[in-house]
Design a protein around this ligand. Sequence first.
Ligand SMILES: NC(=O)c1ccc[n+]([C@@H]2O[C@H](COP(=O)([O-])OP(=O)(O)OC[C@H]3O[C@@H](n4cnc5c(N)ncnc54)[C@H](OP(=O)(O)O)[C@@H]3O)[C@@H](O)[C@H]2O)c1
Length: 217
Amino acid sequence: MRIGVLGTGMVGQALATRLVETGHDVMMGSRTAGNEKAVSWAAQQPERAATGTFADAARHGEVVVNATGGGVSLEVLRSVDTSDLDGKVLVDVANPMVWAGGPLPTLSPDKGDSLAEQIQREFPGARVVKALNTVNAGVMVDPAARVPAPHDLFIAGDDADAKAVVRDLLAGFGWDPALVHDVGGIASAQGLEAYLLFWIVLRTHIGNHDFNIHVAR
Ligand SMILES: NC(=O)c1ccc[n+]([C@@H]2O[C@H](COP(=O)([O-])OP(=O)(O)OC[C@H]3O[C@@H](n4cnc5c(N)ncnc54)[C@H](OP(=O)(O)O)[C@@H]3O)[C@@H](O)[C@H]2O)c1
């Protein structure tokens, strides 16, 4: 499948690398064509790796991944031709956090809204699925090795077919399908984004990034 990964940070790099490893044809997008991190990433891939602007990557992808800073994601998506999002699965990995000097960030938006819902409202043709924002980049793409115990992932979105596509991608990464919970429509992203605050508390408590949670009942 052709996938456009918007983002050159550690998440964009981790996802793009794993997507190439699992047989996909990936373009990494950034603000500028020729971005140093993107070009360096592509040079390390054996095949099926290209770079371009955010707009180029969105055009390339049958699936588009938003791995940009949560505070700039809407701006990034506005730089893309809307027709290059219409009908496509848009996997939103971003966490919309604002650091203002305290021990924890705040979320923006916070009360009664989420970044994923903002994206879905502004780009109604896209089929937005919130996924993977509840774990560190390394855990996203190598769940069994990073956390060698049962642990869970959550997806939210209004389009059942889009969530099925994301489930397949996650299975390719090594996520146990039985432990990928569909927590409902895109409004459930409010909970997934709010979890970030507890994730940060847990990271401080545990002392590293290689952890996740498991739902017991
Ligand atoms: N780090 C993790 O393990 C983790 C885990 C879960 C979720 N997340 C979320 O995943 C997303 C990506 O995280 P990250 O640490 O990989 O990268 P990041 O540093 O948050 O974002 C990097 C991307 O944002 C773009 N960007 C930065 N400022 C911009 C601006 N003013 N206008 C337009 N684009 C701008 C950069 O563009 P250029 O390429 O042009 O520089 C780059 O592609 C974030 O929302 C983060 O909260 C991260």
